[in-house]
Design a protein around this ligand. Structure first.
Ligand SMILES: *Cc1c(COP(=O)(O)O)cnc(C)c1O
Length: 456
């Protein structure tokens, strides 16, 4: 392989034919999901008002591989396989012996990895006769992806958008509407959950947890017409994202290298899981020793400072309870510009891997992430989304550590999306308006003390 090759492309025939389900290989099974009212483990029937049966079965499946339906692979062809690039210009800028590779998910029509799961979710709902999907969106990436997917399958799409984003990101809202979806600012007066928040906090700017409550309520009170769709956190979502890591394995092979370190940013854990889980499999079953690092904002440090305990998935306690590293369901994130990294909890799969010592986690301050994001942009020509700048900041740390140790280190990270709809965040950084923020220990302790008491 010539030294100057920087792009490793796969033919369309190499779009994966199955998703990888790490539940088959976990040394210890995932803790059960509990009913929010009874605190008892829930079964498929409890989830039926929310999700189509095929996705419920995927959620609990122990099969190692789940075939990807042909209809879904057909749509994946619009952007998959995504490119894997070697960031030679960034390596040079950092003057590091490390080799830096990135998998670029920003080439999807929605501009991020989220369409990888939006498409199969819409597909399985459509197949089971559901008319439309309700969902929440924070920064707007998930609402965009789901509106595109619903549009492909002729389904309705109802999006509860966190109010502060609704107001600050009119173009994001307009994209979602361009695909025919209905968008409401959350908290709204359309649901009991929204009205109860507005009663207590009329000026609430919303949170992902509140918007989830509204979308869940809108689905379960629709008499089966609508179901609910979640863009991260759940097992089936992380599984759909494994196409990222499976392609990367083949592309690293084309590059003639194998990563020593794999890095992804983690909000709910889906793009991180997407790139990481196939490499975790290789560690567990194929004697590989890749270090795998989840990177989160210091302002929303679920893994690094949260508690591994049962908590509600939403803000009002309607959604099922999941054991996860959590900052508490009442966590209202500080004004942080990586909008996609503001969830109070984390995917169960990622938490279990972390608890079992199979992955590492790291929290990074906002200013360092933007600095790294701009260094990447100026080297490679792509303005990253504010979320993956967290991964990039960790890549820079690793590349500089490799330089310090004078060792060749092969680093792969997931560039989960571009930042073209987040330029107001860059604008704030460039004009010196952004600051670092460390979530106060006292607030974390108070939130953890308020966690629901669960005895199993
Ligand atoms: C939504 C989003 C994230 C965070 O969500 P995860 O489920 O943790 O991946 C990260 N990057 C981008 C570009 C996103 O749109």
């Amino acid at each position: 392989m010539s030294d100057s090759v920087i792009r490793f492309d796969l033919p369309q025939t190499d779009i994966p034919t199955s998703w990888y389900n790490i539940q088959a290989d976990l040394p210890r099974p995932l803790p059960p999901v509990l009913h929010p009212g009874t605190h008892q483990p829930i079964g498929p029937a409890d989830l039926a008002p929310l999700f189509p049966m095929e996705l419920i079965m995927q959620e609990v499946s122990q099969e190692r591989y789940i075939p990807i339906p042909e209809e879904v692979r057909e749509i994946y062809k619009l952007w998959r396989p995504t490119p894997l690039m070697r960031a030679r210009r960034l390596e040079k800028a950092l003057d590091t012996p490390a080799h830096i590779y990135y998998k670029y998910e920003g080439t999807s029509p929605s501009g991020s990895h989220k369409l990888n799961t939006a498409v199969p979710q819409a597909y399985y709902n459509k197949k089971e006769g559901v008319t439309g999907l309700t969902t929440e969106t924070g920064a707007g990436q998930w609402g965009t992806a789901l509106s595109i997917a619903c549009n492909f399958f002729d389904m309705e799409c109802v999006v509860y958008m966190v109010k502060v984003s609704f107001q600050q990101k009119p173009y994001r809202r307009a994209i979602i509407q361009s695909f025919g979806a209905d968008v409401y600012a959350s908290p709204s007066d359309r649901t009991q959950a929204g009205r109860s928040i507005l009663e207590k906090h009329p000026d609430s700017t919303g949170s992902l947890g509140i918007a989830i409550s509204e979308a869940v309520e809108a689905a379960v009170t629709s008499g089966g017409k609508y179901k609910y769709s979640l863009g991260s956190v759940l097992n089936h979502v992380l599984m759909h994202q494994t196409v990222i890591g499976e392609e990367s394995l083949k592309q690293m092979d084309l590059a003639g290298e194998y990563p020593d370190v794999v890095i992804g940013c983690a909000g709910g854990g889906s793009n991180f899981g997407g790139i990481a889980l196939p490499f975790v499999r290789e560690n567990l079953t194929n004697d590989r020793k890749t270090r795998i690092i989840a990177v989160e904002p210091a302002a929303c440090p679920s893994l690094t400072r949260g508690k591994y305990a049962y908590d509600f998935g939403d803000a009002v306690g309607m959604a099922p309870m999941v054991k996860m590293y959590t900052l508490g369901k009442d966590f209202v994130p500080p004004p942080l510009h990586a909008g996609g990294l503001r969830y109070h909890g984390m995917a169960s799969v990622v938490c279990e891997l972390y608890d079992q010592g199979l992955i590492e986690a790291r929290a990074i301050q906002q200013l360092e992430t933007f600095q790294a994001g701009l260094q990447f942009a100026r080297s490679e020509g792509i303005v990253p989304g504010p979320e993956p700048t967290h991964a990039i900041a960790a890549v820079v740390q690793e590349a500089l550590a490799a330089k310090e140790a004078n060792e060749k280190r092969v680093i792969l990270f997931n560039l989960s999306g571009h930042g073209h709809f987040d330029m107001s965040a860059y604008d704030a950084y460039l004009s010196g308006q952004l600051t670092d923020y460390e979530y106060p220990q006292a607030e974390i302790e108070a939130a953890i003390a308020a966690l629901p008491q669960v005895e199993l």
